[in-house]
Design a protein around this ligand. Sequence first.
Ligand SMILES: *Cc1c(COP(=O)(O)O)cnc(C)c1O
Length: 393
Amino acid sequence: MNYNVNEKGYYGEFGGAFIPEMLYPNVEELRQNYLKVMAEPEFQKEFNQLLKDYVGRPSPLYLAKRLSEKYNTKIYLKREDLNHTGAHKINNTVGQILMAKRLGKTRIIAETGAGQHGVATATVCALMGLECIVYMGEIDIARQAPNVARMKMLGATVVPALSGSRTLKDATNEAIRDWINNPVNTHYIIGSAIGPHPYPDMVTRFQAIISEEIKWQLKEHEGRENPDYVVACIGGGSNAAGTYYHYLHEPDVNIIAVEAAGLGVDSGESAATSVLGKEGVIHGCKTLLMQTPDGQITEPYSISAGLDYPGVGPMHAHLAKTGRAEFMSITDDQAMKAGLELCKLEGIIPAIESSHALAIFEQKTFKPNDVVVVSLSGRGDKDLQNYIEYFKI
Ligand SMILES: *Cc1c(COP(=O)(O)O)cnc(C)c1O
C-alpha cells in the first residue's frame, strides 16, 4: 500500500484538484515546479538555515518522566510548542515563502480562521519583506483580537470577509477570488495539509522535518529510530502529516490520529470528521467532510479553534479508510483535563489542540515498554483565556 500522493495528486481515492477553471494556471504553475524547487540544493540550504536560526529547530524530543510514570508507558513529547511563534505552522510558512520567492512572486495572500496561520504567514512576510494580505471572517476578527493585532504589528493587511457566515470558509472564498484576479505576482499560502494538489503534498513535505528529527533523536534516546506509536491531533492535518511522514511505510510503527469530538461525537457539536464525514469536495480536494444529506457542509465545533474544521486532509482520509491509522475522538472535557494535567506533571502549558493528543492516555492502555511519541503541536499562551474560563482559575 502506498500512503504518499501519486503522480495524479491522489491518496487512494482522495485528493485531486477540484478548482474553478480560472484558477488552473496558478495551481498548475505550482504543481509543475514544487518538487523541482524543493530539490534544489540552494533551496534546501536556505530552508534548513531558517529552520535552525529563525524557527529554533531542531525542536527537542523530551522524555516526559512524570507523565510516563502516571500512565506506565514511555511518553516522548515532540516540542513544536518551542518553535518561534509557538507552533508547528511556521515550518510550512517558511517553506512556502521560499517557494513563492523562487517562483518570482512579490505578494502573499492567506486565509485564517483563529488567526494562527495568519500570524505565521505575516511573520514570514515580514522576514522576507513581501506584501501580505490575510482574509479573515468578520466574526473571527471580532473573536480573535490578539491575533489580529499581531498580524497588523507584523505589517499585514487584514481584510474582513463579509459574506456568508463570515468565518473561515468565507475567508477562503475571498482568498481564492483574490488569487484568480492576481495570477502573476501572488502566491497563496495554505496553512494545512489541505487544498488542491499539490498543496497537501507540499505542506506535508515542509512539515516532514518533524519526523525526520524524531528519527535521529529517538535513536539517541532509545537506540532505535522507530517508536511503537506516533500520535498527533488533526485539524486539517499538517502537524500530523509531518509527524507520520517518515513512518508511513514502517509497519512496526502504529499511527494514532486524534480528532476533536467537541461536546461528543453524536452531540451535533463536534469536529470528528473520520466518524461523521462522508466523501465530498472541500477547498479544492476530494476528502472526508462533515455534511448534511444533501451535501451542505455542516458547521464543526470544538473548544480548540485549530481543530474546528469540517474536513480532514486527503492523506488522513486515506489513512482512515485503509486502517493504517487508528482514529480516536476526544471531547472538550477530556482535552482540557489532559492539558491541565500536563501543566501539573511536566510544567508545560500546551495548546488546547495538543491537549487532545495527550488525552488518549486516559482512553487507551499502552504497554510499559511501549515508546509513544506525541506531537506537542503548540503552546498554550494563546489559550489562556479559554483555560481560565473553563477551570474558573
Ligand atoms: C493550527 C493548529 C493545529 C491544527 O492544524 P493541523 O494542520 O491539523 O496541524 C494543531 N495544533 C496547533 C497548536 C495549531 O495551531
